[in-house]
Design a binder for this molecule. Structure first.
Ligand SMILES: C[S@@+](CC[C@H](N)C(=O)[O-])C[C@H]1O[C@@H](n2cnc3c(N)ncnc32)[C@H](O)[C@@H]1O
Length: 232
């Protein structure tokens, strides 16, 4: 296995699989990103703001939210150059876009940006627990005063261990995501089984509190697909 034959392989080689799944709204992007839009509109009403998008991918789903409430500055970071080159098109027309091919944990810690909003969509569950804890610490330190972190991600139920979660999620994919060709679903299942490490909500809240966030609020969820707001 090369050191780049990792959890981003699906997104570097077969970005179209994630897009095909999301286009059918199987991960509830439509409902969740509508709420994200309202959150960004609320922030934009306070004045110019900077948004940092961790694991931005091609930014296809966040782009309409950004267009509804344009940030003065947008920074996106992702390990996938394929996704980043698509992001340039989806983000066309926004002011001050910068895209960075980098690891999100190191980038937050080192970039020196003081974002008002840190957004992350379906990316943090790829990190091992210790890296998630480091990410929360870096985000708490990086956010501007009054800043917020908006996290869209999968999470386990409190009573589920990882194996039980993965078995349930693969069943959901195979039984329910029937509009996507089965071969694509099998490739996505292999990716989930190998590279998804979701925490419980309680686990995420504990990490955030330990990192210095003062509150964590579940804004909505659709099965295991959650939108959480962490405030400084
Ligand atoms: C499921 S996609 C989500 C893309 C987009 N945020 C969305 O909501 O549609 C996950 C993205 O996270 C990126 N990613 C995973 N681990 C990362 C890391 N450690 N640093 C930066 N990006 C990462 C992958 O390359 C991929 O583009």
């Amino acid at each position: 296995m090369s050191d780049r034959d990792d959890h981003t392989a699906l997104f570097r080689q077969s970005w179209s699989i994630y897009d095909a799944i999301a286009a059918e709204n199987y991960m509830f992007h439509r409902e969740i990103y509508e709420i994200v839009t309202r959150q960004l509109e609320g922030r934009a009403a306070l004045g110019p703001y900077t948004l940092l998008d961790l694991g931005c991918g091609n930014a296809r789903f966040l782009a309409p939210s950004l267009q509804a409430a344009p940030p003065a500055r947008y920074l996106g970071v992702d390990l996938s150059p394929t996704a980043l080159s698509e992001a340039r098109d989806y983000l066309d027309g926004l002011d001050s876009v910068s895209l960075h091919e980098d690891d999100m944990v190191g980038f937050v810690a080192m970039s020196g940006a003081k974002p008002d909003i840190i957004f992350t969509g379906y990316a943090v569950h790829h990190l091992p627990s210790a890296s998630k804890a480091r990410l929360f610490e870096a985000c708490a330190a990086a956010l501007a005063p009054g800043g917020e972190m908006l996290m869209v991600d999968v999470a386990r139920k409190e009573e589920q261990d990882r194996d039980t979660y993965i078995a349930a999620y693969l069943k959901l994919m195979r039984d329910g995501w029937t509009a996507v060709p089965a071969a694509m679903i099998e490739e996505a299942c292999a990716h989930v089984a190998a590279h998804d490490f979701p925490e419980t909500l309680g686990g995420l809240f504990e990490m955030a509190t330990a990192a210095g966030f003062s509150s964590a609020e579940l804004l909505d969820h659709y099965g295991p697909h959650h939108l959480i707001r962490f405030s400084i």
